[in-house]
Ligand binder design. Structure first.
Ligand code: ASC
Length: 148
């Protein structure tokens, strides 16, 4: 190959345009990935919830750290919803027939999570509490429609 730069550029371009499916070696890997991402997100969201609900003392720094993790994790799970991965999971097949609606729900959740992260940085529970509730509403919205 006399044109290594061109070859590299072609490979990089190809990889960038590959669908999410190709990021996982097998369907089970995609399922494990999305479930893991949701699990970590849920764990840290739950830690915020414990403070919001006064089950553990309010620690603004800890809450903000949890919100930062939730904001990062919220970006991840949806790449794992590759075709043909409903079976044996709680994901309802309707996800793949209403994909645009499902994706819109995901984006709503991600936007609400960014709002929560911003509220968390203020350290003001009066701002954090409603932002937390708004995220929970977006979680529930998709769970009602798309999770068994
Ligand atoms: C959580 C969690 C969810 C949401 C959802 C909100 O803490 O793990 O999936 O809140 O229950 O309705």
């Amino acid at each position: 190959m006399k044109r290594p730069f061109l070859a590299t550029a072609l490979v990089v371009g190809l990889l960038a345009s590959l669908p999410a499916t190709a990021q996982f070696q097998k369907p089970a890997d995609a399922v494990k990935y999305r479930q893991s991402a949701f699990s970590v997100m849920g764990t840290h969201f739950g830690r915020i919830g414990a403070m919001v609900q006064n089950k553990v003392p309010f620690d603004a720094a800890a809450l903000a750290a949890n919100a930062e993790i939730v904001a990062t994790m919220a970006k991840l799970p949806f790449a794992g919803f590759v075709d043909g991965t409903a079976e044996g999971t709680k994901a309802l097949p309707v996800i793949w027939t209403q994909r645009a609606k499902f994706d819109a729900g995901a984006e709503k959740m991600q936007a609400a999570v960014l709002e929560l992260n911003a509220a968390a940085k203020t350290g003001d529970m009066a701002k954090i509490r409603p932002a937390f509730g708004a995220v929970g509403t977006t979680c529930k919205g998709c769970h009602d429609d798309y999770r068994d």
